[in-house]
Design a protein around this ligand. Structure first.
Ligand SMILES: Nc1ncnc2c1ncn2[C@@H]1O[C@H](COP(=O)(O)OP(=O)(O)OP(=O)(O)O)[C@@H](O)[C@H]1O
Ligand SMILES: [Mg+2]
Length: 306
């Protein structure tokens, strides 16, 4: 049976004596957003370029819908839209000229190019004049132009290297919304150093360190694992009342009440779902979750634990 999506098998990539990827394997089958994180030099760009056929692996392979990715496999290349970390723009052209040239390079017939360019410009929300020369575009304007250019050929799979970096919060939110929209019916794999959003955005997170995949999991599992078994609750009920209830449970200890949050810790092996069910039956709980004070701290813990 044909496998749908991306399948990476035992991928190695060496640059002379540098082992940038040391046997990375994972599969992504369903549409959605998938985050790739890891320290500088971990191998993220190398991995994304191998998936997009811009680099040839030293060994191992990447398959898209069971078809091996290679620079010569144009059928599979057409399925991918790759947004590079460093700009792939032609500085002297206008934004519109750039999109028309890219449309030509993707083999879009001349008579369709105008409409196609308009569609992607509208979709990504480019509002600056289309005759503006690329050299004079701001970082945010460039990112939108690049984004538009990788959508011209309707790729099934999007590979985005640092699509959110260097943007102000408004543009970041704008690009995030685009990524979410696109991920409704496509696989979108993106690398980022911006940890704040990925926990709520991604179906799964991949952590690379020194060329190896050290963690692959759902965001909530990573958060729970890294929270040291401590959890928070906010509630309309007087938190002191919930504290009294928890104090009487075995293997549970209340850490503190901070403003509107009650923090508690459970012994390992105690199922958190049972505890939460018990609290919800008795009290009016507004929210609860693993108590993760600092996302950067989680990242540091993940990459220094290996
Ligand atoms: N073309 C190349 N020639 C030689 N070494 C390279 C080349 N490309 C990448 N490397 C090396 O491979 C390793 C992984 O680099 P890569 O760019 O994939 O990391 P990254 O995770 O994307 O880092 P960053 O977060 O800084 O973008 C680094 O040691 C880097 O120096
Ligand atoms: Mg990189």
């Amino acid at each position: 049976m044909k496998n749908h999506g991306i399948e990476i098998s035992n991928l190695h990539k060496n640059f002379h004596d540098i082992q940038a990827l040391k046997g990375v394997s994972f599969k992504i089958a369903d549409a959605g957003l998938y985050g790739l994180i890891g320290p500088n030099g971990a191998g993220k760009t190398t991995l994304l370029k191998c998936v997009s056929s811009l680099l040839v692996p030293s060994s191992g392979e990447v398959c898209i819908n069971s078809d091996t990715v290679s620079p010569k496999n144009f059928a599979v290349r057409r399925k991918i839209g790759f947004l590079p970390e460093d700009s792939g723009l032609y500085e002297k052209l206008s934004a519109k000229e750039f999109l028309h040239i890219m449309a030509g390079m993707h083999g879009i017939p001349k008579e369709e190019r105008k409409r196609k360019v308009k569609d992607v410009v509208d979709f990504v929300g480019i509002t600056y004049p289309p005759n503006k020369v690329v050299k004079y575009l701001s970082t945010g304007q460039r990112r939108l132009l690049l984004f538009a250019s990788i959508l011209l050929h309707d790729p099934e799979i999007l590979i985005l290297d640092e699509s959110l970096s260097g943007l102000d919060p408004i543009n970041r939110e704008h690009i995030t919304r685009l990524m979410r929209k696109l991920a409704k019916d496509r696989i979108v794999l993106f690398s980022t150093h911006i940890l704040a959003d990925i926990w709520r955005l991604c179906k799964r997170i991949f952590v690379l360190n020194h060329g190896e995949l050290i963690v692959e999991d759902h965001p909530e599992n990573i958060l729970a694992r890294m929270s040291d078994n401590s959890y928070f609750i906010t509630s309309k009920t007087e938190l002191e009342t919930i504290k009294d209830y928890l104090d009487n449970l075995p293997n549970v200890s209340v850490i503190s009440i901070q403003d509107d949050k009650l923090l508690f810790k459970i012994e390992e092996m105690v199922p958190i779902t049972e505890i939460i069910k018990g609290i919800m039956n008795k009290f009016n709980v507004e929210s609860f979750g693993p108590n993760v004070p600092d996302l950067d701290q989680i990242f540091t813990r993940m990459v220094t634990a290996t």
